[in-house]
Design a protein around this ligand. Structure first.
Ligand SMILES: Cc1ncc(COP(=O)(O)O)c(C=O)c1O
Length: 386
């Protein structure tokens, strides 16, 4: 039986040290033993978010932090611009609708990054827009959006906010929250943080925090006004996800010991290995011009069944990769680069892919993709990279 390999863009493989930490005796969240855990976690999160602002913990998946952003920063009747270039851009628009916030959508072809000029045009046509909502890495398509440029144009008008879904972006790409003036940044534990799902993070700039105070929107569990008060006192309003937070402390120790610039470089290296292998196999990348380093998205070759490809990778070769989402389901597949994976795992992914393609009748010469990926990995390792 092949080894179980979790190679999706979330959830991701969790390092042994993190799993061990979570398996230790459960602490009570109001007991003194838990305080240093929270303190260390809050400090580590700030370093990865690259902010002096507080990063709040929520017991939810990443979408909970997205919902917290919309529910707390805006009020019914507000207008915002949403970049909609994938499943998660659609989620911003759906959340806005749920809270009565009018979303003016900039629709982007799946697989492409948004053109800042299109966002500028939407802002010009919507002078009362309070914010732009966007993904950093749109995991459903494998695209990286130009966050720095968008932040600059959003801030051409004082008071306007940029709200960034960094769920698969923070800890993968260099997205310095303070230096780039990002107003709201959210993330989720099952991505670069190398944890199981169930924890979300949200950080607010001073302007965003002011907006939270002014919003008239309904909120209860995800009321950031309460969390800001509690978490600044080194506590949480409700029972926190204690075991995940203990695991997060360990994961942050690993990430910070590696150095966050090296963490970004690691994700980039994983992406390059997979891309070189896929291209050598004659496969077409789904996001060729602005690829994110969270995952590589690849077109299913014409005539092949994408769902069968993903299923066979899992059932026969032990590798769990991801199908496309929404309208890309069956037409594209994704190999993740986050979590406890290294270059040899990426090599395995390419080897497994070659085998599945051959099984499905695609004209592949076994070894063509792995050769390119091996050369790439060897170059990296022999140059001292990971
Ligand atoms: C960019 C992005 N946004 C939002 C989400 C949704 O997060 P969750 O599934 O943790 O609620 C994901 C998860 O895959 C994501 O990658």
């Amino acid at each position: 039986m092949p080894k179980y390999r979790l190679l999706t863009p979330g959830p991701v493989a969790v390092p042994e040290r993190v799993r061990e930490a979570m398996a230790r005796t459960l602490l009570h969240h109001r007991a003194p033993e838990f305080l240093p855990v929270l303190e260390e976690v809050f400090s580590g999160l700030k370093q990865v978010f690259q902010t002096d602002r507080d990063v709040l913990l929520l017991a939810s998946s990443g979408s909970g932090a997205m919902e917290a952003a919309v529910a707390n920063v805006f009020s019914a009747g507000d207008r915002v611009v949403v970049v909609r270039g994938g499943k998660f851009g659609e989620r911003w628009a759906e959340l806005c609708e749920a809270y009565g916030v009018e979303a003016v959508c900039v629709d982007v072809e799946w697989g492409q990054a948004v053109d800042p000029a299109a966002v500028r045009a939407a802002l010009d046509a919507t002078p009362d827009a309070r914010a732009v909502l966007v993904q950093a890495s749109e995991t459903s398509t494998g695209v990286l959006h130009p966050i720095r440029e968008l932040a600059e144009l959003v801030h051409e008008k004082p008071g306007r906010l940029i709200v960034v879904d960094g769920i698969s972006g923070v800890g993968v790409h260099d997205l310095p929250m303070d230096a780039w003036g990002l107003d709201v940044v959210v993330s989720g534990s099952q991505k670069s943080w190398m944890l199981p799902p169930g924890l979300a993070f949200i950080a607010l700039s001073e302007a965003a925090e002011q907006a939270v105070g002014e919003s008239t929107g309904p909120r209860y569990y995800l009321d950031l006004r309460k969390e800001l008060v509690s978490q600044r006192k080194n506590s949480t309003t409700f029972t926190p996800a204690v075991s995940l937070i203990v695991g997060l402390r360990e994961a942050l120790r690993l990430l910070l010991a590696e150095g966050i610039q090296n963490v970004f470089a690691r994700h980039e290296a994983m992406a390059h290995i997979v891309r070189s292998g896929a291209e050598a196999l004659g496969l077409e990348l789904y996001a060729p011009t602005s690829p994110a380093f969270s995952c590589t998205s690849i077109h299913v070759p014409d005539g092949l069944d994408g769902k069968a490809l993903v299923k066979r990778m899992r059932d026969v070769y032990g590798m769990t990769i991801a199908d496309g989402q929404g309208k890309a389901s069956g037409k594209m597949f994704r190999i993740g680069h986050m979590g406890d994976v290294d270059g040899f795992d990426m090599l395995s992914a390419i080897a497994g892919l070659e085998m599945v393609l051959a099984d499905l009748g695609y004209p592949v010469k076994l070894g063509e993709g792995t050769r390119a990926a091996t050369e790439r990995l060897r170059e990296m390792l022999s140059a001292g990279d990971r």
